[in-house]
Design a protein around this ligand. Structure first.
Ligand SMILES: C[S@@+](CC[C@H](N)C(=O)[O-])C[C@H]1O[C@@H](n2cnc3c(N)ncnc32)[C@H](O)[C@@H]1O
Length: 264
């Protein structure tokens, strides 16, 4: 069997293609083009999602003193990756990446090239079976789970159709982390461009992938019991934007909510 399923488009590789990467196959490029035809702003939205991840990493490292990170649904390496962002602030930072796509595993070496003072590791696991992550030797060898961890789940939960399952697995991982840890997620939504996003979802469904689009209320449920950092649950481009970028992106071009919460 072709482990990479190069005859079938995959979310990780479509995302890579639309972001301008080279780690994708012809089927992914076709699906990416179809997605862009359905909604030309998809590239803007995906870039804003990635930029949100960079700002969150910098914020947690620089302003909240977080030195350990768990990035689930890490994706195909795209510089800067999370460890490059946070180790710029704190070279001793440690990062564990998780993804379940064999193509991400094939490129994982690029995620394991951090600073000599810090450390990075990769776990090939499916978040729907969180014990595979929580029991992994690489997790315990790399992170001290008695100290706060920044848990990032960025542009991944749309691939879990069932809301209760998405909430349960997120909560299960967060439960294993101590008080003072942070959760950062982005959640796909059709709230600002319902019609084109409906077409995008059809595209994903056509190649056998789910694309669950959630409302702001549904996105906020991931933060129940946590202390939300300002400005709360907002579209990714509105979460603590770099001053140079503020006001340059239209709301209608962004299909992601993002937020960061602290575990009390
Ligand atoms: C759209 S990419 C996002 C990559 C990166 N987090 C970012 O935002 O730039 C989503 C990633 O989630 C991964 N993924 C999807 N379902 C997953 C699951 N059940 N368990 C672990 N990873 C998953 C995919 O393989 C893909 O690499």
């Amino acid at each position: 069997m072709d482990e990479l399923e190069s005859d079938r488009a995959h979310g990780a590789r479509i995302y890579d293609y639309i972001l301008g990467g080279n780690d994708n196959f012809a089927v992914d490029r076709q699906a990416g083009e179809a997605t862009l035809r359905a909604w030309p702003a998809m590239r803007v939205s995906m870039r804003a999602n990635r930029a949100f991840m960079h700002r969150v990493g910098r914020f947690l490292a620089a302003e909240r003193g977080v030195r350990q990170f768990l990035d689930i649904g890490a994706g195909i390496p795209t510089r800067p990756n999370l460890h490059e962002v946070v180790q710029e602030v704190a070279p001793e930072a440690r990062i564990v990446y998780v993804d379940n796509d064999p193509i991400v595993l094939a490129h994982a070496q690029a995620l394991l090239t951090g600073t000599p003072q810090g450390r990075t590791a990769y776990i090939s696991a499916d978040v729907r079976e969180p014990d595979g992550i929580l029991g992994a030797r690489e997790l315990h060898d790399t992170l001290d789970l008695d100290r706060p961890v920044g848990l990032l789940i960025i542009a991944m939960l749309q691939f879990i159709e069932d809301d209760e399952e998405a909430l349960r697995v997120t909560r299960r991982v967060l439960d294993a982390l101590p008080s003072g840890s942070y959760l950062a997620v982005t959640i796909a939504t059709a709230d600002f461009a319902p019609e084109p996003l409906g077409k995008v979802r059809e595209q994903y469904n056509a190649h056998g992938e789910t694309l669950r689009l959630r409302t702001k209320e549904q996105a906020a449920r991931f933060f129940e019991g946590l202390e939300l950092e300002e400005p709360g649950v907002v579209q990714t481009h509105r979460w603590r934007p770099d001053p140079a970028d503020a006001g340059t992106i239209a709301d209608a071009d962004i299909a992601m909510y993002g937020a960061v919460g602290r575990k009390p």
